[in-house]
Design a protein around this ligand. Structure first.
Ligand SMILES: *[C@@H]1O[C@H](CO)[C@@H](O)[C@H](O)[C@H]1NC(C)=O
Ligand SMILES: *[C@@H]1O[C@H](CO)[C@@H](O)[C@H](O)[C@H]1NC(C)=O
Length: 220
């Protein structure tokens, strides 16, 4: 739907034809409008998990659902790393440093998982990351204290995360609704990640599930 058309008329048509997509706002644009999907293969899904564990003890992929889990006393992903435990998908081969990029994926966090980053943009001109979406006791936060959304356990949510590197902005949509926007942290070697990466006050068990992950790039 295009802004500028008669909204009442469009709303009527939409209601009558019952094609309202779950979460869409009448007369609102879809976050992916104006973007082109970048084709992905399994190669683009690099898995990071505790270095001493086989992948199948921290990750499964069945019926399109990628399930990633980790424990607070797990080892880091690399023996030389001092970071906290993680099991994460790192989108490989699509690092970017300019332009406008978008991650789309349906995510699910089971009740009990807390103190963990579930979605990241890695890289920045200062600091290690541009964006982190964390869950604390069911509430989604941008890093530690900026509240993004509440009561988010045990349900699938559609996440659209847009990084406008040229404009210096990061925008998050949940179920098609804009929930958060922030300045980015400058250009760098940037890439998307999702899964579980322990933070302060992590629960012992951490899990998130993901499906239908897509990457988009804005039209030039
Ligand atoms: C999560 O689990 C706790 C403990 O079992 C329970 O009290 C709480 O209501 C649950 N929350 C949700 C959103 O299901
Ligand atoms: C961790 O938990 C402690 C005690 O509840 C609290 O004071 C602190 O702010 C928490 N830190 C974070 C990063 O959530």
């Amino acid at each position: 739907m295009r802004a500028g058309l008669d909204c009442k008329f469009l709303a009527l048509v939409v209601v009558l034809s019952t094609v309202v997509r779950d979460g869409d706002v009448l007369c609102g644009a879809d976050p992916t409008d104006g973007f082109v999907q970048v084709p992905l293969t399994e190669w683009n899904f690099e898995l990071q998990k505790p270095y001493d564990k086989p992948l199948d003890q921290r990750y499964s992929y069945h019926d399109g659902v990628r399930r990633l889990w980790v424990y607070a006393d797990d080892k880091p992903h690399d023996p030389s790393s001092m970071t906290k435990p993680r099991t994460e998908i790192r989108i490989r081969g699509l690092d970017y440093s300019s332009g406008v990029w978008q991650f789309e994926g349906y995510g699910f966090v089971p009740n009990g998982t807390s103190g963990v980053s579930i979605l990241q943009i890695h890289g920045a001109s200062h600091g290690a990351t541009t964006f982190m979406l964390r869950i604390y006791n069911g509430d989604l936060k941008y890093y530690v204290s900026d509240l993004v959304d509440i009561n988010d356990y045990d349900k699938w949510m559609r996440f659209n995360l847009i990084h406008n590197v040229d404009g210096g902005k990061v925008t998050l949509f949940i179920d098609g609704i804009k929930k958060f926007e922030a300045n980015d942290h400058g250009p760098g070697d940037l890439y998307f990640k999702c899964g579980v990466y322990a933070q302060a006050n992590a629960s012992y068990y951490m899990e998130s599930r993901w499906k239908d992950i897509k990457i988009f790039k804005a039209h030039d």
